[in-house]
Ligand binder design. Structure first.
Ligand code: ZN
Length: 141
């Protein structure tokens, strides 16, 4: 019996596993070269489509305002650090790096709060210092 090569269309004898003309695998040899199974594709698609829904949630507050206040009012180095982190939140979020965006937002918030506490302590310390100086000055007179 004669069959035809699916690739080049030349007649080939059925016993051949490969086309003698172009080397393409013939029908008998098809199981050797399995076509991609359709089953894994939907699984992958489902995972791919579910992942953002599972992880996305509401976009985290980037705490940029808090960071700027920290930089201006309290502690400049910590504030700038927080601003750098906060400014990356939106970009990370938009490019799908949700965990990273949240982490940056959390860090920016923590650093801002630390900066504000340090700034507050500094102001309180300064006040106490002046009160003590004032007290000592008054005691001298
Ligand atoms: Zn062929």
């Amino acid at each position: 019996m004669i069959s035809y090569c699916p690739k080049c269309g030349k007649p080939v004898s059925e016993g051949n596993a490969f086309c003698p003309n172009c080397g393409a695998p013939l029908q008998a040899a098809q199981p050797v070269q399995p076509t991609p199974q359709p089953q894994p594709a939907p699984q992958y698609n489902n995972r791919f489509m579910n992942q953002p829904q599972e992880n996305q949630g509401p976009k985290p507050d980037n705490h940029l305002v808090l960071s700027i206040i920290t930089a201006i009012m309290c502690c400049m180095p910590l504030g700038i650090w927080a601003i750098v982190l906060a400014s990356k939140v939106d970009g990370l979020w938009n490019s799908g790096q949700y965990a990273q965006a949240r982490e940056n937002a959390d860090k920016a918030k923590r650093i801002s709060i630390i900066g504000m506490v340090l700034g507050g302590l500094y102001v309180v310390g300064l006040l106490i210092y002046y009160i003590v100086i004032l007290g000592v000055s008054l005691a001298d007179f």
